[in-house]
Design a binder for this molecule. Sequence first.
Ligand SMILES: [Zn+2]
Length: 220
Amino acid sequence: MQLKRFLSILGLLLFVMIMSSCKPKSQDDCGFVQNIYGQRISWKTKLPLSLIIHSSVPAELRPAIYRAAKTWETNAGTKVFEISDDSSALSASPGRDKKNGIYFLSDWESDRKSEQGRTNVLWAGDEIQEADIRINAANFSYYDQNPKVLTGSYGLVTAQRTTADGYSFEALVLHEMGHFLGLKHREDQGTVMATHLAAYTNRIQLAATDEKDISCEYKK
Ligand SMILES: [Zn+2]
């Protein structure tokens, strides 16, 4: 009787030990979204990542996408994005299509009007499978480096106008690309992952925290 009890306790102990060795180890967040085990969510070694520019993105804003990608890549020390202009294989609207797209949307949920952009990331385990970037062009206008060019809810304007209501497209894309890579919001000084982008603010350089964060998963 005693032996039986001893054995069943031993068995239980072994079971618990096996279970805990299977459980993934929790990691430092490093600015990344984490799964329920506390592991960082990222693309791991699947670089470079395909990102397709949907036809809805105005031509005059496209160079900013390439520059934002370069900013992340310079820090990662490796090619991170494989950007393509050919959106023929991309779904007409963002969704699960096994393709990563960036969309410039003139329709946006009326209860989320204050949202400038949104990046949906799908993952399995600790690995991202697919991501889509949505830009809110229904409620915001954007400019590229040349502030004379504003496009979005106000349409394309080529005449000089007040830029108080325009947002840096490069800054917004840089931020959304951070989400695309797995980063979450943070509010440290100067970070490109701060939740809100102020109007007419060229937040196009990574802060020290962003550089540190990205190196946790992608540094070569
Ligand atoms: Zn964000």
